[in-house]
Design a protein around this ligand. Structure first.
Ligand code: IMP
Ligand code: MG
Length: 177
């Protein structure tokens, strides 16, 4: 596996995002809606660096069906907090085609938040199929399939403390896990 972002670099990236949010949302409270399971690690690292009062709301949105191809999106929001009249920050692991973030933003907007912004850990270059772009991006990466720091391949590798490019040989090895 080729390491793209190591632990130290990721730590600095999250520090920078937290500093921006602490400035942009100073004196307000923030309701974070985090898309499971990919944003789990980023969420845990980020919220411990935030200084404003924070509410955490988890939803699940899955578009990948055990392959590296994009499929239909299903959103599960049974664990959603009431976001009406709240400042909302929607967090996801990666902006690839952008369809997940656009669809979930649409859904959240119908619940009457005061404001809604989006933050992603990674933004892949050249893969977007939507007009929107995330408001906050921790790292821009080239168009490759990556795992680690929450990102998975068939629900594995999320626990890697770094981000690595998944190569053909890794996938072959994966089939015996
Ligand atoms: P989008 O709707 O195409 O932007 O896809 C976003 C979702 O696809 C993310 O939440 C990830 O779960 C998944 N995804 C896209 N690219 C990758 C990748 O390189 N590694 C792992 N998951 C990915
Ligand atoms: Mg995901």
């Amino acid at each position: 596996m080729k390491i793209l972002l190591d632990e130290t670099r990721i730590g600095h990236g999250i520090d920078e995002l937290a500093a921006k949010l602490n400035k942009d949302y100073a004196g307000r409270s923030l309701t974070i809606v985090s898309i499971m399971t990919g944003s789990l690690i980023m969420l845990a690292d980020l919220i411990r660096r935030l200084e404003m009062p924070v509410r955490i709301s988890l939803i699940q949105a899955s578009s990948y069906r055990g392959t590296t191809e994009s499929g239909d999106l299903t959103i599960q929001d049974q664990m959603m907090l009431d976001i009406s009249d709240r400042d909302v920050l929607l967090i996801d692991d990666i902006f690839d085609t952008g369809k997940t973030l656009v669809e979930v933003t649409k859904r959240l907007n119908s619940l009457g938040p005061k404001s809604i912004k989006t933050a992603v850990f990674l933004n892949k270059s050249g893969t977007s199929q939507v007009d929107a772009t995330p408001d906050y991006v921790v790292f821009h990466i080239p168009n490759a399939f990556v795992v680690g720091y929450g990102l998975d391949y068939q629900d594995l590798y999320r626990n890697l403390p770094f981000v690595a490019v998944l190569e053909e040989s890794d996938i072959a090895q994966h089939s015996v896990l």
